[in-house]
Write a protein that binds this ligand. Sequence first.
Ligand SMILES: Nc1ncnc2c1ncn2[C@@H]1O[C@H](COP(=O)(O)OP(=O)(O)O)[C@@H](O)[C@H]1O
Ligand SMILES: [Mg+2]
Length: 302
Amino acid sequence: MKLAILSRNTKLYSTRRLVEASRDRGHSVRVLDPLRCYMRIASDGFQMHYKGREIAGYHAVIPRIGASVTRYGSAVLRQFELMDSYSPNTSDAILRARDKLRSHQLLAAQGIGLPATVFGDNPDDTADLLSMLGPPPHVIKLNEGTQGAGVMLTEKLSASKGVIEALRGLYANFLVQEFVAEAKGADLRCFVVGGKVVAAMKRQAPKGDFRSNLHRGGTAKGVRASAAEQDVAVRAAQVLGLGVAGVDLIRSARGPLVLEVNASPGLEGIEEASGVDVAVEIVDYVAGRVREKPARRLAARR
Ligand SMILES: Nc1ncnc2c1ncn2[C@@H]1O[C@H](COP(=O)(O)OP(=O)(O)O)[C@@H](O)[C@H]1O
Ligand SMILES: [Mg+2]
């Protein structure tokens, strides 16, 4: 297949691994910087250019779109979709996943376990809002934060109120959650490809922190997720419409709870911890879907 990887930097570990895996499997692959893709949108047909040249005919794209370029990157991806390229994660699914509030609403509506979560707009409602959640400790999160930055723990009600006031002053969107203390700073990253957990790792926060993100100094170790955990992870990815997803679960006294579904999960930590060739899993899944595509289109026409 003719494959494009949408990524800002060919040197990033995940991008490099996807290129390697594609070449190993005999596909033609090119890395395209989404910010250098530009397009003409007209009812008589689309046109996309890249650094002065027309690009077309990609059977599939694998998006690796960072949080800082979500808007432009998803517009470029949508254009590829309209030009008939297959993507394991569609632009709509990526936008759903990037918005923590929206994804929590969708997951909860399907009965998927989450830490109890509240959000609200007006300062006059803060006291009642927090009473809907229950007593502290609370975890306060920026709605579009990543890598653990923007996730705060408040141990007292006065601290929750103070942080909320400060965030409102900055016009930041946030949500407030119950703190799952029994997780003891650990979470479980399940890497889902095509409706299967292909690898999992347990991440442990460094001493003195409750956030287990590797970017915050967390450590990782390969583990096997339980059947219940695999089931929740697969369902969460499916609810958001993601073919490739990093589903973060926290092990609570009432079972696995979803913290976050990452639409562009990094490969370095998970490949290292689990020993699984996750890049090949992704490329093979995409190639399989591309092979099925003509059949799917015929079936739709019938
Ligand atoms: N409600 C919670 N209770 C306990 N720990 C939490 C809770 N929410 C998040 N954490 C910890 O903080 C980390 C970062 O939170 P997460 O929601 O995944 O934000 P980010 O998008 O920044 O990674 C999690 O991996 C987990 O270790
Ligand atoms: Mg996270």
